[in-house]
Design a protein around this ligand. Sequence first.
Ligand code: E4P
Length: 218
Amino acid sequence: MKFFVDTADVAEIRELAETGLLDGVTTNPSLIAKSGRDFIEVVKEICTLTDGPVSAEVTALDAPGMIKEGEKLAKIAKNIAIKVPLTWEGLKACKHFTSRGTMVNVTLCFSAAQAILAAKAGATFVSPFVGRLDDVGQDGLHLIGEICEIYSQYDYFETQVLVASVRNPIHIVESARMGAHVATIPPSVMKQLAQHPLTDKGLAGFMADWQKTGQKII
Ligand code: E4P
């Protein structure tokens, strides 16, 4: 499973990129607003921190506007994935870009029907939002299962399932079990993945016993 980080905070991206565990970055207009920085500048900087796909979202609502904005965003770097919403207009813009070899992430996917359309439009990634479905009392992970199952029936669907709106490690583990290709993860959840109380307890015990030996490795 590939790990993207869901943030526009370059310090956080840099720190995670240094671990070698990072495969890409996703941003959205809310994350750009949170960064307080100029959209183009911050995306340009993010593209220097990873060779993996960096999703940059259009803000026009009509296909011609999305195409115009996407063309500008695609010029930022080779690893830009144009992010378009899962609307009819977004699907038209998606087809435009993918048929020209530009990566597209179709975002705000909340149903299997929408995911089928994204695949038919040639999307590189489709982003089902698990956390936001959970928030309204629906089962976000069930949707991931449905999409993975449907996509696996057709070899000509090349779209990768990019699990988005991730809130906790269970979202990652269960999505990985279902074969989702990518998860975009907030930095705090990325760090949570490494944590277990028995790891901490075990390490403390080993260190206490090591002290008793009076030895040093170096
Ligand atoms: C995906 O690309 C979105 O940026 C993101 O995962 C949305 O997450 P949220 O529901 O936590 O805002």
